[in-house]
Design a protein around this ligand. Structure first.
Ligand SMILES: Cc1ncc(COP(=O)(O)O)c(C=O)c1O
Length: 409
């Protein structure tokens, strides 16, 4: 059973304070990111024969009280796909997609939602809240509905209509904030403190990163208890990346692995504050967001300092991709990878090319690309790979329309 024994706060300027009292760390956070620590030992990692599935398989490294998990939706256990056509398209023989589009609401946010709601169930908290560019709010709305909790979500005015529809369909209270994600974040933090809700906010609630780190543990198990050479991750607030790093770091701390993968963070060209902080070695400064990849359109990232630290320590780097490159990646994932991704979800795959140019990824590397969000929630970006063929109700017309394709093997 995991129990945090200490916690560190990583502040925006990169300085870190360690506390042996987790509550003291939470009180001192002041906008910094809180990272939990456990008593690392080999038995914190599940044996291959361990029958538990999903996220809860890793409870030795999660802040879970003893007893039955009451959160009802299955989360985790997403596929690691090694697809020949995609490998050929990318020119990397050992390439895998970690397909995080398979959760209850089609994004990697479902992991964090599960652990936060399990905590709310344990503590008897009725209302959970978040600020979100879209996916977190959908995930929390659906998860809260399943867990019998109330979700209050704060979203930017420009939130994607389809995602808004999902939140509302699940019965969440939705507050659309005119000032954008940054203001939505501030207001949701104020409201959670004022009204005694459980905030699921990235960076603020350390359980979000704790849950998200399980993706690294799954990758390691799915590769036969081996660490890949490189993991490529999209970056908005930076939590997904830092959580990935934490998962691998804890495997090393437990003696289950001997090294970390290189981490490559991918941002949108139109919003790259974390990449800039990495390049300049200065604390992150807010950027104006201009990208259609809403999940990574984060102007003032909450966990930039941890993301930059983790990428640097891993020997990796950051790259930026244009919206056109992301569109191309969405198409390639759909036509060669069998994965329908939304723009932010496809950004890491789009980042492979610049990462190779920058020498961060080699064709001989064992590379895992994280696909974080499903295109089913963003259908307008799923561009047709081929035109529709209109035919009359007639067999000869079908033969003529298909031409040589009709007999292609
Ligand atoms: C689909 C998708 N990918 C990537 C991200 C970025 O994750 P993070 O904010 O943890 O960096 C998000 C965040 O909302 C997202 O929705």
């Amino acid at each position: 059973m995991g129990r945090a024994i200490a916690a560190s706060v990583v502040y925006a300027d990169g300085t870190t304070r360690r506390f042996t009292d987790v509550d003291a760390a939470m009180r001192a956070a002041d906008g910094g990111c809180v990272e939990l620590e456990y008593a690392y030992a080999p038995d914190a990692v599940p044996e291959p024969a361990d029958p538990r599935r999903g996220l809860w398989r890793y409870r030795g490294l999660l802040p879970l009280d003893p007893g039955v998990v009451r959160y009802p939706l299955p989360v985790g256990d997403t596929p690691l796909l090694g697809l020949p056509a995609l490998r050929a398209a990318a020119g990397i023989a050992s390439l895998w997609l970690k397909d995080e589009t398979r959760g209850p609401t089609g994004s990697n946010k479902d992991r964090a939602t599960a652990l936060v709601l399990q905590d709310a169930l344990n503590r008897g908290i009725a209302t959970v809240s978040c600020a979100s560019t879209g996916n977190v709010a959908v995930s929390l709305a659906v998860g809260a509905a399943a867990a019998g909790k109330r979700a209050v979500v704060f979203v930017p005015a420009g939130v994607a209509e389809a995602k808004l529809g999902f939140m509302l369909a699940a019965g969440a209270t939705v507050l659309k904030v005119r000032g954008g994600y940054r203001e939505a974040f501030r207001l949701s933090e104020w409201a959670a403190a004022a009204f005694g809700w459980c905030s699921r906010n990235t960076g603020v609630n350390p359980y979000a990163a704790e849950a998200k780190k399980t993706v690294a543990l799954e990758i390691w198990e799915q590769l036969g208890r081996a660490v890949p050479d490189v993991v490529v991750v999209p970056v908005g607030d930076g939590v997904t990346l830092s959580a990935m790093a934490k998962g691998f770091r804890e495997l090393v701390a437990c003696g289950a692995a001997t090294r970390m993968p290189r981490l490559v963070g991918v941002q949108a060209e139109g919003c790259q504050p974390v990449k800039r902080a990495w390049e300049t070695r200065l604390p992150v400064t807010a950027a104006r967001a201009s990208t259609f990849a809403d999940g990574i359109a984060v102007e003032a990232p909450v966990c930039a300092a941890t993301a930059v630290r983790d990428v640097r320590r891993s020997g990796g780097g950051f790259v930026a991709v244009s919206d056109a490159e992301i569109t191309d990646a969405v198409r390639t994932l759909a036509t060669r990878g069998g994965v329908l991704a939304e723009p932010a979800g496809a950004a890491a795959f789009a980042g492979l090319r610049p990462a190779r140019v920058a020498g961060l990824v080699r064709s001989s590397d064992r590379v895992v690309v994280l696909v974080t969000g499903s295109g089913l929630k963003a259908p307008r970006y799923l561009a047709p790979a081929r035109p529709v063929i209109d035919v009359p109700d007639d067999r000869e017309a079908v033969r003529r329309a298909l031409g040589d394709e009709a007999v292609a093997r």
